[in-house]
Ligand binder design. Structure first.
Ligand code: CDP
Length: 220
């Protein structure tokens, strides 16, 4: 645990919720916060992606809530599976995550993780609003769609999955719209969330700013 985290480390449990749209930097920030505060981390987007991948491999219909629910059962997540991060799986994840039955099926796993005695860091879309409204600190991470599309391009390239910028930007805009307009657990900042715009920040800058904001909130 880092020395300068003493003010928060003295708490019995520290629960940090990190929400935001696609490729905003929330995952990188959440992982860094987990390291900094010595906490376990859950990327909840991977749960939705794993359901989407299951469904895709069975040839199930993303337009059918029952088939999507079936894909939630016996969910194994292979973090190294490159298909988890592919564009078709991103789109299916965004579609099936609008189903109440799918969200309900994944709820307990996330809340159990959030309820660990020492605390945790979770990132997603609805952590601060639905999964862990009791979180000690909530961050809502944003950036412009263009900057997010360029970042996602870089990630896909690094994984050996080259893509076109226009396609990635269109995907990001489509998911933004779907994620924020759905009826259940839409993407939105909790009323008590701290906003962090990473448009002008590099990774190190964004992480440093997240820690500064959290410490400032804790001190206040
Ligand atoms: O990494 P990226 O931000 O592109 O996506 P992700 O966090 O892996 O999430 C993939 C999809 O799952 C999102 O487009 C959301 O529709 C959905 N999701 C959700 O509904 N609720 C969450 N807590 C996390 C993800």
């Amino acid at each position: 645990m880092a020395e300068n985290s003493a003010s928060l480390a003295s708490r019995k449990a520290l629960l940090i919720a990190v929400d935001g749209p696609a490729a905003s930097g929330k995952g990188t920030i959440a992982r860094a916060l987990a390291r900094h505060y010595g906490l376990p981390h859950m990327d909840t987007g991977l749960l939705y992606r794993a359901v989407a991948l299951n469904l895709w491999r069975w040839g199930g219909d993303p337009g059918n809530e029952f088939e999507a629910l079936r894909a939630c059962h016996e969910l194994g997540i292979d973090h190294d599976d490159p298909e988890l991060r592919s564009e078709p799986v991103s789109q299916i994840a965004s579609a099936i995550s609008a189903y109440p039955a799918v969200r309900a099926a994944l709820l307990e796993r996330q809340q159990d993780f959030a309820g660990q005695p020492g605390g945790a860091v979770l990132d997603g879309r609805d952590i601060g609003t639905v999964i862990a409204p009791e979180a000690n600190v909530k961050l809502f991470v944003t950036a412009t769609p263009e900057v997010r599309a360029r970042r996602r391009m870089g990630e896909l390239m690094a994984r050996g999955m080259p893509a076109h910028l226009e396609d990635v930007l269109a995907d990001i805009r489509a998911r933004d719209a779907r994620d924020s307009q759905r009826d259940v657990a839409p993407l939105r900042a909790a009323d008590d969330a701290i906003l962090l715009d990473t448009t002008e920040l590099d990774i190190d800058g964004a992480i440093a700013e997240a820690i500064r904001l959290i410490e400032e909130r804790a001190a206040g």
